[in-house]
Design a protein around this ligand. Structure first.
Ligand code: PLP
Length: 375
């Protein structure tokens, strides 16, 4: 079956986003200590450097992670100790306190924009809010409590690239240079095609989706069951890669970020998440993600499925491009020691809830998910 649209997990780029007036900035864009970077890992790299974490430092990191933040700490020269995260992606707070007590710093990650643990006392803290732009916890915005915070606007906003680092005290870290213009133009073109693939015009949607299907390596890999091999591999990097990731962002990214209505993004994402919850998908989400606490701006809707590969193909047949969530940890992690996370690594799948999706798109996501799940 081939669908006449393509809905991805990350937001595409609407031409409107480039042209509109600057919006009143929401946290973290209203903070003087913020610097935009090319990638999120570059933001982590700058945060580590600004806090003086490098050779001779120990850092406590979660056993459930993307991998590129661990790679930044490894390349900075830190010794990494992992703390336990359970099968429901809840941090074991006792283990975090124990590991942090023997470390110079603790690295905390918000999963999918949901709350992260309180900062352990007595150590430097980096909050990784790569999933949590515009997300608030009970005591304030995620990323506002640590000594430094890392963001990844490209995941939430629909921009060609972009990470961001925030230092709680002191000036914002300096970034040098910009990414390759040609690569950024390609990225912008593919984001514009992604916008066309969800447009109101059926002809436009269908032409754009066909074009993307022909050119997307990820879609081809999902269909051939090789998605994991294609999406991982963000390690074995070199210091030069981190320095490049820590350069400034594409000028187009900076322009769009300035024009983004963060409160609107959060409200639309919440509405879309609620549509999937009300539609009955809650029972397939890991327990902590079955309700949406106030203030959370969800990155996506996590589902736990036994046959993820086949489910992804069934979704793609209906024009929904789901995502495997962190199938492989960083090689520094002893997978046997943290084996409670293995089911999450093989079963978690993300569905789109981004702000450019309207209720009619969400009906399609819901219908596709139900038919892919209930067989
Ligand atoms: C939690 C977390 N931190 C950091 C990063 C690094 O972001 P980037 O891929 O932009 O370097 C990611 C990326 O997937 C992430 O999920």
């Amino acid at each position: 079956m081939s669908a006449d649209l393509l809905i991805g997990v990350y937001p595409p780029m609407a031409p409107r986003a480039i042209l509109r007036r600057p919006a009143p900035p929401l946290f973290p864009f209203n903070q003087p200590g913020l610097a935009l970077t090319h990638l999120g890992r570059g933001a982590a790299w700058l945060a580590l450097g600004a806090l003086g974490l490098g050779p001779g430092s120990r850092i406590a990191m979660p056993s459930y992670h993307c991998g590129s933040e661990v790679e930044a700490a490894r390349l900075a020269g830190c010794e990494i100790d992992f703390y336990r995260v359970d099968a429901n992606l809840q941090v074991d707070r006792e283990d975090l306190a124990r590991v942090a007590a023997n470390s110079d710093a603790a690295y905390l990650i918000s999963y999918f924009g949901f709350e992260i643990p309180a900062c352990p006392a007595g150590v430097l803290v980096i909050e990784d809010a790569a999933h949590a732009l515009f997300s608030d916890a009970a005591d304030g915005p995620i990323g506002s409590r640590g000594d430094a915070a890392v963001f990844c606007p490209r995941k939430t906003v629909g921009v060609p690239d972009g990470g961001a680092v925030l230092l709680r005290t002191g000036p914002s870290p300096a970034t040098e240079g910009h990414p390759n213009t040609y690569a950024m133009m390609r990225s912008a073109a593919s984001l514009l095609a992604g916008r066309a693939a969800i447009s109101h015009s059926r002809h436009l949607r269908s032409a754009a989706s066909r074009l993307i299907a022909k050119t997307s390596r990820a879609d081809a890999a999902a269909r051939s069951g090789e998605l994991t091999e294609v999406v991982i591999g963000e390690w074995d990097l070199e210091v030069g890669d981190m320095e490049a990731a820590a350069s400034g962002p594409a000028p187009l990214t900076a322009r769009i970020v300035d024009r983004t209505d963060g409160a609107g993004v959060r409200a639309a994402r919440r509405r879309n998440y609620e549509i999937l919850l009300k539609g009955g998908l809650g029972e397939y989400a890991p327990e902590p993600f079955r309700h949406l606490p106030p203030g959370v701006a969800p990155l996506y809707f996590p589902l736990s499925v036994n046959d993820r590969e086949a489910t992804l193909i069934r979704l793609l047949d209906r024009g929904i491009r789901g995502l495997e969530v962190w199938p492989v940890p960083h090689p520094l992690l002893d997978r046997q020691q943290f084996s409670q996370l293995e089911p999450a690594r093989s079963n978690l799948l993300a569905l789109p809830v981004h702000q450019l999706l309207e209720p009619w798109h969400m009906d399609l996501v819901l219908t596709a998910a139900k038919s892919a799940l209930i067989r």
